[in-house]
Design a protein around this ligand. Structure first.
Ligand code: IPE
Ligand code: IPE
Ligand code: MG
Length: 244
């Protein structure tokens, strides 16, 4: 689809949900759903950046997802260890910077932590877009960690309390990104599940029933058309301006 005359959100975020149900409905194992989800993310992220979206955040694994069976967690971590570098190389060639939000610590396996650090380093000078992958991520934890960073700076005399603002608070989050304009959660669940709570304050939200492995580029086009029909008021009054 041609995006030329459309409002393009600067920051799109996605909660990649429904891999398990997609597979189970097809008589497949949940693991196969995760594999299909991974392949879909590859196609979709390339498409999204090709349409001029500057920042794309995805919820890939929450802190709470460690509650799942050891077999499922191990499968997901192995999938990342085996396949992520190749995916990162594709995006690297497209000048995309890859960053990770979440705690880079156990229970994430050492191999996974190592890859996240390597990929961040290898792509840090790219400026064609930012791909923010939330891994071992929790929204409450992000705000608490930011508060700790700020408290330490204040205690050391490096930051004055009156200089803490709503705008510069972003700087202390896991990654310093712009606010989210558009959130998509696949699979029909209508909840946030502890995702990017600070950044979502005025995001438009979209909850398609489609499971993530089936959410293709046509589904994304439909989502962008829905976004274009929204009137973003930010607490003000209705207007027709094409604010993105
Ligand atoms: C999303 O799909 C992927 C992760 C949370 C890792 P789910 O695994 O949550 O799939 P459903 O919701 O059980 O269908
Ligand atoms: C949210 O999905 C986390 C990710 C997609 C990574 P979940 O499937 O874990 O969320 P709940 O448990 O349905 O809220
Ligand atoms: Mg789920």
């Amino acid at each position: 689809m041609n995006y030329d005359d459309l409002k393009i959100p600067t920051h799109v975020a996605m909660i990649l949900d429904g891999n398990g149900r997609w597979a189970q409905e097809r008589g497949m194992s949940r693991s196969m759903g995760h594999e299909a989800g991974f392949e879909n993310l590859k196609r979709l992220s390339e498409y999204i950046f090709s349409k001029g979206i500057k920042v794309f955040s995805v919820y890939a694994f929450s802190t709470e997802n460690f509650k799942r069976s050891k077999a499922e967690v191990d499968f997901l971590m192995n999938l990342f260890e085996k396949k992520f570098k190749e995916y990162a190389d594709l995006l690297k060639k497209k000048n995309i910077r890859i960053v990770f939000s979440g705690k880079k610590e156990a229970p994430l396996p050492d191999g996974v932590i190592e890859i996240t650090k390597e990929v961040e380093e290898e792509t840090k000078d790219n400026n064609g877009g930012i791909f923010n992958i939330c891994l071992n991520y929790g929204g409450h934890s992000e705000i608490v960690e930011a508060t700790k960073k700020i408290s330490s700076l204040v205690k050391e005399g490096k930051l004055a309390v009156e200089d803490i603002t709503e705008e510069n608070f972003y700087h202390y989050l896991f990654q310093d990104l712009p606010p989210i304009d558009f959130l998509i959660r696949t699979s029909g669940e209508v909840r946030i599940s502890n995702f990017m709570l600070y950044q979502l304050s005025y995001a438009e939200m979209y909850f398609p029933k489609t499971y993530f492995p089936a959410f293709d580029t046509n589904c994304f086009d439909e989502a962008i058309l829905a976004y274009n029909k929204r009137d973003r008021r930010f607490g003000g009054i209705q207007n027709d301006s094409k604010n993105s």
